[in-house]
Design a protein around this ligand. Structure first.
Ligand code: NAD
Length: 247
């Protein structure tokens, strides 16, 4: 028996990569999971994987940057599952280029998905979680939000924003029994990072003391801890999961 037996989780960006691993891991530990991504069909694989764990899966097509769609999504999840115990804001994008070449569109797009999306879902679950006097919000930030990176001004700003948003959320909701934490992954193998050249990968590896890239499951395990009662006294924190890349 997992420690999320009878719990309901919502995971954004659940179609692939880290979001998919988080959703399947939560199901493995006993949670029913609402899976959110831009298109419903993209979620078929994750739905099947959650159901294979013997849990219920609900696929919802939602653009995390669209407030009306986010509110409708949470309403649908509450209508079907009756409550939300765990909210994982994972959906994220990059539009990398040097600052002097970065268009306003590149800036707006990344801030809209990564930061506004996290705000919209946090706002939407705040009321139901506060009413039930329990809940855990886990926001996926990035090591880049802690240290910055050339070519990622928009992404770094969005992820630093996620870390600060999480702290404010934690302070506001703590009196009602709701916790909020963020995770700052380092280099995690995924479609987002597969696109990098071998040269960049070698350079990054040289800076990782444990001498391997992380896997999506490394992030999923950290989410499970922060979402669980094992972390009952942990709120407002940013947990680095990066193989020692940044200390
Ligand atoms: P990914 O690109 O493989 O998956 C992201 C998912 O989010 C996709 O399924 C995509 O369809 C979905 N998505 C994108 N925009 C959306 C929107 N507007 N509405 C709903 N869904 C949307 O990425 P990943 O590597 O699995 O990264 C997941 C999260 O982890 C992101 O927030 C990313 O910034 C963060 N992260 C990743 C790494 C890494 O090394 N891979 C490192 C640090 C942080």
């Amino acid at each position: 028996m997992g420690f999320f037996e009878g719990k309901v989780a919502v995971v954004t960006g659940a179609a692939r990569g880290i979001g998919q691993a988080i959703a399947v891991d939560l199901a493995e530990r006993g949670a029913d999971v609402a899976l959110c991504d831009l298109q419903k069909e993209w979620l078929d694989e994750t739905v099947a994987a959650v159901e294979a764990k013997g849990r219920k899966a609900l696929a919802v097509a939602v653009d995390v940057g669209d407030g009306d769609a986010v509110n409708a999504c949470i309403k649908e999840v509450l209508g079907i599952f009756g409550k939300i115990d765990i909210m994982v804001n994972n959906a994220g994008i990059t539009k990398d280029t040097l600052l002097m070449r970065m268009s306003e569109q590149d800036w707006d797009d990344v801030l809209r998905v990564n930061l506004k999306g996290t705000f919209l879902f946090s706002r939407a679950v705040a009321r139901p979680m506060m009413k039930q006097r329990s809940g855990s919000i886990v926001n996926i930030a990035s090591v880049i939000g802690l240290i910055g990176n050339a070519g990622q001004a928009n992404y770094a700003a969005s992820k630093a924003g996620v870390i600060a948003l999480t702290k404010s959320t934690a302070k506001e909701l703590a009196p009602r029994g709701v916790r909020a934490n963020s995770i700052a992954p380092g280099f995690i193998s995924s479609k987002m990072t597969d696109a990098l050249s071998q040269e960049v990968r070698d350079k990054m590896m040289a800076n990782i003391p444990v001498a391997r890239f992380g896997g999506p499951e490394d992030i999923a395990k950290a989410v499970a801890f922060l979402a669980s009662d094992e972390a009952a006294y942990v709120t407002g924190q940013c947990l680095s999961v990066n193989g020692g890349m940044v200390m």
